[in-house]
Write a protein that binds this ligand. Structure first.
Ligand code: COA
Length: 384
């Protein structure tokens, strides 16, 4: 297998964007190409992650992107894996570079949904659940994660204020990120007083609906060395699956796909969770970040919440979790999220993260899942 590296990264701002889906995909991809110091003709293929292109009247985005970049003869592939599309797309691109099929390609994730409004976006997103058992019964994602939160509160020594602390931390980080959607300082009281969305989750426990696009350039180590510039090595890649509906799981305070994907990625990288300096994890709701940090084995089961209470996951503490602001504050344009996490890791490990820099970081991890964790991918990166 070839060693695989990230050579460049680009992203639009996350939030309510007025440009169309093809335009923002092109903007992020062109920025990544420029950042890598290469020309569009160096890009041999594209992997696109997108879930609801139909909402902005453009599916089959790959050929449109390649035409906009002036390389219409290059192949492309669109991948959908719900909110985990970005990391799954990254994984397939990684496998193709590792196998030697391409020496350089672009991975671009994108979503454009905010113009459809809350009712439609909630309906679209519910199509990503197991629709027979969940969506059509009226359970949308806030309801599903509320079930997990309620179970966690029952099983472990946790309070709603502890969950609120996750949101406060991620907003503190997001304020330092110029591309974040919700750049607003909040307090535990603000979270507790915000509107109940699906008890026990309140407005500030939830990620927002966001538009946005993120892209990275993935290449062989030889290509990276030949083209100069900073690069970061991908040292671990793992995938996992869980029963699609929550009702099919033995426990709902753990996500099996995270454990499977993380264990595979740690094994491949030859590291343990203790070696990870920072992690971008899938915090679509505050409960999710707590469960993630346990399933990624940073903390024992039931102790993730204690770590939050003791402020062990904030920027430059024991392990910096979501230095970008995470889905909660940076935003969650679902097809872009997994790729955006890699953009953050690249920025951190190449010294471009500004005020939110994780000091002396050498190893970063990304964790991104689809729906309530039915599909998941974990990647581990190391500075060179
Ligand atoms: C929580 C949620 C229902 C709120 O939607 P909404 O009621 O339509 O909110 P609006 O867009 O009308 O915004 C109302 C206000 O709250 C803010 N806001 C919206 N969502 C927010 C969030 N998640 N966190 C903090 N503030 C938020 C808006 O900026 C707006 O503030 P303003 O009045 O100062 O401009 C929606 O964001 C949601 O469903 N989030 C989860 C998305 C999801 O499930 N993703 C997939 C995960 S697997």
């Amino acid at each position: 297998m070839e060693k695989v590296c990230v050579l460049g990264a680009g992203s639009t701002r996350y939030g309510n964007l007025s440009d169309g889906i093809a335009d923002i995909t092109t903007q992020a991809s062109a920025a990544a190409i420029e950042d890598a110091g290469i020309a569009p003709k160096d890009v041999k293929a594209a992997y696109i992650s997108n879930v609801f292109g139909v909402a902005d009247k453009q599916v089959h985005l790959g050929p449109v992107l390649m035409s906009n970049l002036g390389i219409p003869d290059r192949p492309s592939l669109s991948i959908e894996s719900a909110c985990g599309s970005g990391s799954v797309s990254f994984r397939e691109a990684y496998a193709n570079v590792a196998a030697g099929f391409y020496d350089c390609l672009v991975v671009s994730g994108v979503e454009k949904v905010t113009h459809t409004g809350t009712e439609w976006t909630t309906t679209y997103f519910a199509y990503c659940s197991d629709y027979f058992y969940e969506g059509q019964m009226g359970v949308s994602f806030p309801g599903l994660f509320a079930s997990m939160a309620r179970a966690y509160l029952t099983e472990f020594d946790a309070t709603e204020e502890d969950f609120a602390q996750v949101a406060v931390k991620n907003h503190n980080n997001g304020i330092l990120n110029p591309k974040a959607h919700l750049r607003k300082k909040i307090t535990v009281d603000d979270v507790m007083r915000s509107a109940v969305i699906a008890s026990p989750l309140k407005l500030f426990d939830c990620c927002p609906f966001s538009d946005g696009a993120s892209s990275v350039i993935l290449c062989t180590e030889k290509f990276a060395k030949d083209h100069g510039g900073d690069y970061v090595e991908v040292i671990g890649s793992g995938r996992g699956g869980s029963p699609a509906a929550l009702q099919g799981r033995e426990h709902i305070t753990t996500i099996p796909s995270t454990r499977t994907a993380a264990d595979a990625a740690y094994r491949m990288a030859g590291i343990t969770p203790k070696d990870v300096d920072f992690a971008e994890v899938h915090d679509c709701f505050t409960i999710a970040e707590v469960v993630d940090t346990e399933d990624l084995r940073f903390f024992e089961k039931g102790e993730g919440i204690q770590a939050v209470r003791e402020d062990r996951t904030s920027l430059n503490s024991d392990i910096s979790v979501n230095p970008s602001g995470g889905l909660k504050s940076k935003g969650h344009p679902i097809g872009a999220t997994g790729v955006g996490q890699v953009v953050e890791v690249f920025d951190q490990l190449t010294g471009r993260a500004g005020e939110r820099t994780v000091k002396d970081a050498k190893i970063g991890l990304t964790h991104n899942f689809g729906a309530t964790g039915a599909s998941c991918a974990v990647h581990i990166f190391q500075s060179v």
